[in-house]
Design a binder for this molecule. Structure first.
Ligand code: ZN
Length: 328
């Protein structure tokens, strides 16, 4: 894909979001530049790290899908006992309710209080608290944060000969919010990496979105729930000049699906095919191949032209654009 793009566009460098947060930075916050030392970007990295470590839920009560606050397990301003630090080994994530409930108590003090309470919620918290204390000391689990695909992608990008920059998801978010851009894939893409300019002027109206769909499975037969074969795949792939995954336009003159349809075709031996939309939902079914025209042969990719929603939520336009053209 990079080769394809560089043929058409004056691309001189690649920025890729390589990780959710900067692992090295988490271990040693002193190594980095001005932006980090000023604290704001570092805050984003810490938050992404904590989300990963604590599974995107409140560490005390386990609630998900609520706003989570960075919580000092040993409080910074305790009534008694040692003062907590801002070190990552003292931080977890908590919902507002739990954060308030704990207040500036030492974890041991809070545990005593929770154990005396009859509330179900407090019992859950009392159960979780010792686990949290153990988990705080755990080093960063690399297994959860590394995947091999990421490195394979990085190596392949390097082979293009272009300079490759690796950014973190945390930095992307920091950049995007700093510029007040809405959360969409394409605005995120503009904000990847340290090279993101201070000010970004986006004058394009459309963006090309390429999605790898794959070329189907290699399965030669389907099985029932016990693993016995139930149906075999046909040897033939092509029917009436079409194969599953081809992008087609159908002009249906009459009947339930009268009108013009664009989408991916699923072929049938009968010659009456289904058409699926960009997101995989069925657009229409049982359409004769005679009403269909090939727009683009299935190549394992989906090419979409999407109108940029400036300040909106970024809904996709219904038209599917065959072949790639326009701005990326
Ligand atoms: Zn909670």
């Amino acid at each position: 894909m990079v080769d394809k793009l560089t043929r058409w566009l004056p691309i001189t460098a690649i920025s890729t979001e390589h990780a959710k947060f900067d692992t090295q930075l988490m271990q040693n916050p002193d190594i980095s530049g001005v932006e980090y030392q000023q604290g704001e970007l570092f805050g984003y990295e810490v938050k992404e790290y904590l989300l990963e470590k604590w599974g995107r839920k409140c560490a005390y009560c386990g609630k998900e899908g609520v706003p989570l606050e960075v919580e000092h397990v040993v409080p910074r301003n305790p009534k008694r006992g040692p003062k907590g630090t801002d070190r990552i080994s003292n931080l977890t994530l908590a919902c507002e309710e739990c954060n308030k409930a704990k207040g500036n108590l030492q974890p041991k003090e809070w545990l005593e209080k929770l154990k005396q309470s009859r509330r179900k919620l407090d019992q859950v918290r009392a159960e979780n608290l010792p686990k949290i204390l153990r988990k705080l000391k755990e080093p960063l689990r690399d297994a959860a944060l590394m995947n091999t695909t990421r490195w394979v992608l990085y190596d392949r990008l390097k082979k293009t000969g272009l300079p490759v920059e690796c950014g973190t998801g945390a930095r992307t978010k920091y950049n995007r919010l700093r510029m007040g851009l809405p959360k969409t894939h394409y605005f995120d893409a503009c904000c990847v990496g340290e090279s993101t300019p201070e000010n970004l002027a986006i004058e394009q109206e459309y963006v090309q979105v390429w999605t790898a769909l794959g070329r189907g499975s290699r399965k030669m037969c389907n099985t029932d729930k016990y693993g016995f074969p139930v149906s075999h795949r046909a040897r033939q792939k092509m029917y009436f000049g079409f194969m599953t995954g081809d992008l087609v336009v159908a002009e249906v003159p009459e009947g339930k699906y009268a009108g013009r349809w664009v989408g991916r075709v699923a072929v049938r031996t009968s010659g009456y095919f289904d058409i699926k939309g960009g997101t995989g939902h069925r657009v229409c079914q049982g359409i004769s191949h005679r009403y269909m025209r090939l727009l683009q042969r299935a190549d394992g990719w989906q090419y979409e032209k999407i109108r940029i929603e400036k300040g909106g939520s970024g809904a996709s336009s219904p038209g599917v654009n065959a072949g790639a053209s326009g701005a990326v």
